[in-house]
Design a protein around this ligand. Sequence first.
Ligand code: 5GP
Ligand code: ZN
Length: 113
Amino acid sequence: MMDDCLFCKIAAGEIPANKLYEDDDLLAFRDIAPQAPVHFLIIPKKHIKDPAHVTEADEALIGKMMRVGAQVAKENGVTDFRLVYNNGAEAGQTVFHIHMHVLGGRSLSWPPG
Ligand code: 5GP
Ligand code: ZN
């Protein structure tokens, strides 16, 4: 747990979140500023800064984020959805604890802004 990390605090239950799924490894919770009717984040409870800091030891964990993200999307009524990881401020990352956005429930354009 990183003391000054918002998502570590959410994972530890120190800051409340609207949780959709939780197990020993992962937490899914609704984004506080949703960009689509369904917009939630999946985080590992373990602090990893961003995709560039994923190691071989994390591969199963990162794969699980995709499987659980798809499962929670389905539970929330969306079969078509977008998964996004932002890596670095220039790419739009604002919280430096790795997270996968799951967005759905509306038509999504491509390319992203
Ligand atoms: P990023 O821009 O780093 O890819 O995504 C961070 C996301 O976290 C943003 O979509 C933002 O709305 C969301 N967020 C920031 N602070 C909080 C918070 O305290 N609670 C929740 N649920 N989401 C947050
Ligand atoms: Zn963290």
